[in-house]
Design a protein around this ligand. Sequence first.
Ligand code: ZN
Length: 275
Amino acid sequence: MIGLKRVYISADLEGVAGVVHAEHTHRDGREHDAARRLMTAEVNAAVDGALAGGATEVVVNDSHGSSMNLLPEELHTKALLVTGTPKPLSMMEGIQQGDHYHCAMFVGYHSAMGRRGVLSHTYAGSIVREVRINGRMMGETGVNALVAGHFRVPVTLVTGDNRVCQEAEKLLPGIVAAPVKEAIGRYCASGMHPQRARELIREKAKQAMGASLQPFKLDKPLRLELSFLNSGQAEAASLLPGVEWIDSVTLGWTAPDAETLFRILRVLINLGRGL
Ligand SMILES: [Zn+2]
């Protein structure tokens, strides 16, 4: 509808300022509750910035792990929260619903497995070694942007460490980036005070409301190649009819569109868990 500017936020945890370790990101980690508060405050900053930039509605999807990280009572009162698991579209649940979104924003994101960066991984750190789509290596930023693109929504903001910001800028030229920490190693970073990180995110989210980016799309059909950490995981996932073996740890699948590709990717990862 004319005049409506709906904004979609997918919120992860590894890219939040001050977060560097599994003690922050695992549900039973000793620093997890502190990390949840930091995450909620950064999301609030993005919501605030989006509203200042003209957003009329902001939907926030809690996209980390069990999807029960954001503290509902402390979340911005104007935001709608998608929480709990499993969700049909996982980190992008909600992007498919309702009227078209003006843009999507990725908050607290991290770089892809195989790349440097704080807590880098791609969906499942103990299962996925690499995801390639049409021959290009993709992390969560790329795959999730492709899902947003399927629903004609451009991703205009990424926040996280300097590495994920570089990854996003390379893949999605014109995206507004808010680097809140510099990766020193996989489990260490030098970062700004959380309050300053929130100010930066608020300012960049406001700016991102005016960014003119096209929805991210690749030529169809989309070719997915998923490399697992070990051959047993690939064997378990190869039970899915239609899957092709590429090498001892890599399976292939050709999908007609990004939503189907995302669903197949998640099925393969879940089968790879061998549960
Ligand atoms: Zn993640």
